[in-house]
Design a protein around this ligand. Structure first.
Ligand code: NAD
Ligand code: DAU
Length: 339
């Protein structure tokens, strides 16, 4: 296997962080560059086991900083760009949309411009099923790659905008690209503002778990390592210009997810607190992954095996999430829930 230079943006976040680790271990002959601004969601400590490895490199850069990004691309001549860096939390996009446009739209455009100046094998844009909007509760309806984009939140609108920019750089400049649109991820190092780690951490601390609305909204859950394997496959084997949906048919209502965690931890459902619904709350997401399966991908975790592994990870790594909850996140949480 030849030596390749892979730039991973957002490699200190949840999915990017798992992907960096996966790539450093799986491809010792590749050089993996993690470019991250280290916002509230970025955390370098998760890479302590690989930071001394020769094929891992960290660069602290803002993807919106055109000069810094361009000079890095000129210097390193990357073969692959795998673009995760983003503002990722829907609730934050409802209270403060501007930074979502800045990072997710402008940042993507800066990276696309830099990529077209060099001879890259592939620009992989990591997007989300939320760009398709919402589904009704008919279990036979799924998002396919042909579903029209109808984003409902400022977050998903910023991701859909970046998807369209990626598509346009392929059509206009011939940039080799893929777009992946994955369902909800969960697993180790998931930031405790998101439903699953929030529930685990609060239940472990005997704190109330806020469930939005009636808790009947449905999400389609995928273990983060299955997502990493999908991106690995798409970056190497994906058809030029193609979009791939990523999901493992693990639909659950939010209430089912919360009750599963409470029961696994042996706590009482009295911890559930129904709170005001999220504005514009999408009813249901569900992915049809046929196109990716035809490329050779299949998930290794069921929701049952994945959630058990994840709960165990949070039990074993209390120090990590306690440190995060005690920092800036706490201020956000207090503002969000008026607690
Ligand atoms: P995250 O919020 O955990 O991590 C985002 C990372 O990007 C952080 O390390 C942060 O420091 C970095 N970052 C933010 N702004 C930056 C900037 N201006 N310059 C450089 N780095 C910056 O996000 P995540 O949940 O790991 O999601 C990663 C990507 O995957 C996002 O693009 C998201 O839209 C997409 N996605 C997420 C999910 C999910 O369930 N979490 C599902 C599908 C797709
Ligand atoms: O579908 C992929 C998307 O999944 C990604 O693109 C996003 O980056 C990621 O954050 C995630 O978005 P969601 O909004 O679906 O995830 P979140 O964990 O915030 O919420 C999951 C569901 O749980 C959603 O219906 C809202 C609900 N919820 C969430 C929180 C934080 C609650 O009921 N209570 C809560 O406290």
């Amino acid at each position: 296997m030849s030596n390749k230079k892979v730039l991973v943006t957002g490699g200190s976040g949840f999915i990017g962080g798992n992907f960096v680790q996966y790539m450093v271990d799986k491809y010792p002959e590749y050089d993996i560059y993690n470019l991250d601004l280290l916002t509230y969601a970025g955390d370098l400590t998760k890479h302590s086991s690989i930071e001394s490895k020769e094929n891992y490199h960290f660069i602290k850069v803002d993807i919106v900083d055109r000069e810094a990004v361009n000079s890095l691309f000129e210097k390193e001549n990357f073969d692959f760009v795998v673009h995760f860096a983003a503002e990722s939390h829907v609730d934050r996009s409802i209270t403060d949309p501007e930074v979502f446009v800045r990072t997710n739209v402008l940042g993507t455009q800066v990276l696309l411009d830099a990529s077209k100046q060099i001879d890259i094998d592939k620009f992989v844009h990591v997007s989300t099923d939320e760009v398709y909007g919402e589904l009704d509760f008919d279990p036979t309806n799924f998002f396919t790659e042909d579903t029209p984009l109808q984003p409902n939140s400022p977050y998903s609108a910023s991701k859909a905008s970046s998807d369209l920019l990626v598509r346009s750089y392929h059509e206009t400049y011939g940039l080799p690209v893929n777009i992946t649109r994955c369902s909800n991820n969960y697993g180790p190092y998931h930031f405790p503002e998101k439903l699953i780690p929030l529930t685990i951490s609060r239940v472990l601390n005997d704190e109330k778990v806020p469930v939005y609305g009636d808790g009947k909204n449905i999400r389609d859950w995928l273990h983060v390592l299955d997502h990493c394997a999908a991106i690995d496959l798409v970056m190497h084997e994906g058809g030029n210009g193609e979009v791939y949906n990523v999901g493992g048919h693990n639909e659950r209502t939010n209430l089912e997810v919360v009750k599963t965690i409470i029961s696994a931890l042996g706590k009482s459902e009295d911890l559930i607190e129904f709170v005001k619904d999220r504005l514009g709350h999408d009813k249901r997401y569900a992915i049809d992954p046929t196109k990716l399966e035809q490329l050779g991908w299949k998930p290794t975790y069921t929701f049952e095996t994945g959630i058990a592994q994840t709960i165990q990870w949070y039990l074993d790594n209390k120090e990590w999430w306690e440190r995060i909850i005690s920092g800036d996140y706490q201020n956000y949480f207090e503002k969000q829930y008026n607690v």
